[in-house]
Ligand binder design. Structure first.
Ligand SMILES: CC1(C)c2ccccc2-c2ccc(C[C@@H](CC(=O)O)C(=O)C(=O)O)cc21
Ligand SMILES: [Zn+2]
Length: 338
């Protein structure tokens, strides 16, 4: 182990009652990276070290970003606590205009505001306990200044395109620039995209679970604005409502500048910016999944999650009232499919 100063301390990690195994780390040119990422064999998370994927963004500190990000409006989420729970605006709208019947209401856990970068940075610097926490999440698009565009174009696209081709991913859909306050948490959820998660500044602790642990993580119903999020509060798990959460077995890594974490499609991930670690800067690369060359049996766990999602959507469409979906599924299964 190199004797360089340890960049973080275990006391900066939040404490959870979850059994965790370390995610392997390899150099970008190590063949084991592609073996682990191989969709036909394992498709497991791996940390890719010393790649130059976002080397051109090494100089992205807050002063540089303030100087060159331009004066566009950026999407900032505000939260009363350390959790920033994803929610789907379109599903909130459907609930608010009564599509789900009148007995379903939803209170948004975070507020989404547009903010100029200087104001975001000012609030970050002046933040004190009791204030709303902030999380800037902005697609890297043409609203940013020419220097940032140049840095973006200088990402190591050969590396990313190489992974996209080798692992039969679909098109790149998004690059999100993420600037989080120390201690911010993105609670456990999965995305339907392959993700190269490139850490630029500061340290993030990532806890991942495979799609096979669907039963232990209790996702919200698909119609719910928190679709794809786990209902389990990791800070205070309710084991009476979510007994199988005790059996969850996760993978963990703390990533820092220059690390790229591969988050495979449908893999659950909980991401936190280390406490007392200052702000963090990340750029993620989301890719759609590739065309299934040919369906092979047995089906993969993530394909079964996709099937369950489709069944829920279909039942929701025909039953309308979400309260009828559970009873119908219970009637169909209990006592019949032992
Ligand atoms: C929490 C937040 C700001 C948010 C609020 C409302 C709607 C969407 C999102 C959203 C989407 C992605 C991330 C980045 C990352 C988690 C992380 O790095 O914190 C992650 O999950 C991924 O790269 O897949 C973070 C967010
Ligand atoms: Zn995610």
């Amino acid at each position: 182990m190199s004797n360089e100063k340890k960049q973080w301390d275990p006391s900066q990690l939040r404490k959870y009652d979850i059994s965790l195994e370390q995610i392997p780390r390899y150099d970008y040119c190590d063949p084991r990276v592609d073996e682990i990422m191989d969709e036909n064999v394992r498709q497991k998370p791996v940390i890719i070290q010393n790649s130059n994927v976002v080397a051109s963004a090494k100089k992205w500190n807050l002063d540089y970003l303030e100087k060159y990000m331009g004066n566009g409006d950026y999407t900032v989420f505000l939260s009363r606590n350390h959790k920033f729970k994803y929610y789907d605006d379109k599903k909130v709208a459907k609930i608010n205009n009564g599509d789900m019947g009148k007995n379903v209401e939803f209170t948004q856990p975070t507020k989404k505001v547009d903010m100029k970068l200087p104001e975001f940075l000012k609030r970050l610097k002046e933040w004190k306990r009791g204030d709303d926490r902030l999380y800037l999440q902005q697609g890297l698009n043409n609203t940013v200044g020419p220097e940032i565009v140049r840095d973006f174009l200088n990402f190591d696209w050969d590396f990313c395109n190489g992974k996209q081709t080798k692992h039969n991913w679909g098109p790149l859909t998004y690059n999100l620039l993420l600037i989080a306050m120390e201690g911010n948490v993105t609670p456990c959820h999965y995305d339907e995209q392959q993700n190269l998660f490139a850490q630029i500044y500061g340290y993030k602790r990532c806890i991942l679970f495979p799609p096979s642990q669907f039963e232990c993580l209790y996702p919200y119903p698909v119609y719910h604005p928190h679709d794809r999020q786990s209902m389990v509060d990791f800070d205070r798990p309710d084991y009476s409502k979510f007994p199988k959460f005790k059996e969850a077995k996760g993978y963990e890594a703390v990533i820092g500048p220059g690390d790229v974490l591969y988050i495979p499609i449908y893999w659950w991930h909980h991401i936190e910016s280390l406490m007392r670690g200052g702000h963090t800067i990340t750029v993620n690369f989301w890719y759609k999944d590739g065309p299934n060359s040919s369906i092979s049996y047995p089906l993969k766990d993530y394909q079964k999650v996709a099937i369950m999602r489709n069944i829920e959507k279909m039942l929701q469409d025909v039953l309308k009232d979400p309260r009828e979906v559970g009873p119908l599924l219970r009637t169909m299964v209990l006592g019949r499919f032992t």
